[in-house]
Design a binder for this molecule. Structure first.
Ligand SMILES: Nc1ncnc2c1ncn2[C@@H]1O[C@H](COP(=O)(O)OP(=O)(O)OP(=O)(O)O)[C@@H](O)[C@H]1O
Ligand SMILES: [Mg+2]
Length: 378
């Protein structure tokens, strides 16, 4: 059963919301709806933080979708409690960031497929090619860029830029880095609640002294959740790169990742798919390739979804070791890996260039629930 987003929106119109006879769509409480086959994800913002109010809203949505659209729909409701709007936060939202030419989001759907490894190596290769590069680690669950760039435990300094105090990114291997990990203690489990994480990320984007950048790469957390939406609402993403292994479970999630960016209400161009861990190669037998996760799965997916295939990376011990040692593998010169990373990076840049030729600059998304009915708070 393939659910239709319009049917869900129509059903949600039957749920009333507080205030002048409005329904949930009119009131702007529904901030986004996404459908994947028989799955529905509904994002809601409510003012009442009580558990009871949340539960009631969730049950109502579930029941309505089951009754009016599809009895067996798998419904996920993400509820965000609206903190009072900070006016200046709203003003900066969605504005292009002066000096930053292209923002590339790296996503995956499934966790652990090598998003951070790929992002770290893309950034290092771009810097090596002479581009000005920034890397924003937005993984609120497990920031790994500080480790991969050997800058763990660093604390960004405040600098004065035109009379405003700004955070100075930490620099290594020619890449300017900010990570949510710089603001937590190592080994400490930090549970970032949605609004807190969004606020921290906003600061790292807008209150940071990035200077001039050709590319700002964003290492997103796994999944297709709230934090992804906050980031896409906060700034204009030039394009997204989706990383997957050839394995079916990873491919299914990569498909969802691509669908998230391509949703009508989001419309972030997908630059293409990267196949990581395409095959295993033992260092001593470089010509032997073992397709342990299946063959060309991500490549086939890109053909199926009609997005570019940006290239593949083997599963090799040295990539893992380099990540753990804090020096991306792409920086090892005159190795076959260096070539693979260069090839991959060139393809990404090529896609950015052709995207910029054929499409107008991306605007930060405004989540619209229905034609003419903007849920973005005025
Ligand atoms: N091509 C590769 N060859 C060898 N090891 C790899 C490769 N890609 C990633 N790894 C290793 O796999 C592990 C997971 O990779 P990574 O942290 O980049 O994944 P991720 O998708 O960012 O994960 P998360 O979803 O937790 O953010 C790391 O230990 C990394 O070194
Ligand atoms: Mg990661």
């Amino acid at each position: 059963m393939k659910l239709n987003r319009k049917d869900i929106l129509k059903a949600l119109e039957s749920i009333s919301a507080p205030g002048e006879g409005q329904n949930m769509i009119e009131s702007g409480a529904v901030t986004n709806v996404m459908t994947f086959g028989d799955e529905v994800v509904v994002d809601i913002t409510i003012n009442n933080p009580s558990l009871q109010a949340k539960k009631k809203t969730e049950v109502e949505i579930l029941k309505t979708i089951h009754d009016k659209v599809y009895q067996k729909a798998k419904v996920k409701v993400n509820i965000k409690v609206d903190a009072p709007e900070k006016p200046q936060a709203n003003q900066i939202k969605g504005k292009p960031i002066p000096g930053i030419k292209n923002i590339i989001a790296v996503a995956s759907g499934k966790g652990g497929v090598g998003k951070s490894t790929v992002t770290a190596n893309l950034a290092a290769t771009m810097a090596k090619m002479g581009f000005k590069v920034g890397l924003l680690d937005a993984d609120i669950y497990g920031p790994s860029i500080p480790l991969m760039y050997d800058v763990e435990g660093e604390r960004p300094l405040a600098v004065n830029v035109d009379g405003k105090s700004k955070m100075k990114p930490i620099e290594n291997y020619g890449v300017k880095i900010l990570s949510i990990g710089f603001f937590t203690q190592p080994n400490q489990a930090v549970i970032w609640r949605g609004p807190m994480a969004a606020k921290a990320l906003n600061q790292m984007i807008f209150d940071a002294d990035w200077g001039e950048l050709d590319f700002l790469l964003i290492d997103l957390p796994p999944g297709t959740g709230d934090i992804h939406l906050s980031i896409m609402q906060a700034m204009p993403i030039t394009g997204a790169v989706v990383v997957s292994t050839p394995q079916n479970v990873a491919l299914a999630d990569a498909r969802k990742g691509v669908a998230m960016f391509q949703q009508e209400s989001i419309s972030v161009p997908v630059l293409g798919i990267i196949e990581n861990m395409a095959y295993f190669t033992p260092e001593e037998l470089p010509d032997n390739k073992y397709y342990i996760f299946g063959k060309e799965g991500a490549k086939n997916l890109s053909e199926d979804l009609k997005v570019a295939f940006l290239g593949e990376l083997p599963l090799v011990q040295s990539i893992r070791e380099a990540g753990d040692a804090g020096r991306p593998a792409a920086l090892q010169t005159a190795t076959p890996l260096e070539e693979s990373f260069e090839e991959l990076t060139k393809n990404v840049i090529q896609e950015v260039v052709s995207r910029n030729k054929s499409l107008p600059p991306t605007e930060a998304i405004k989540i619209t629930t229905m034609a003419g009915c903007s849920a973005a708070k005025k």
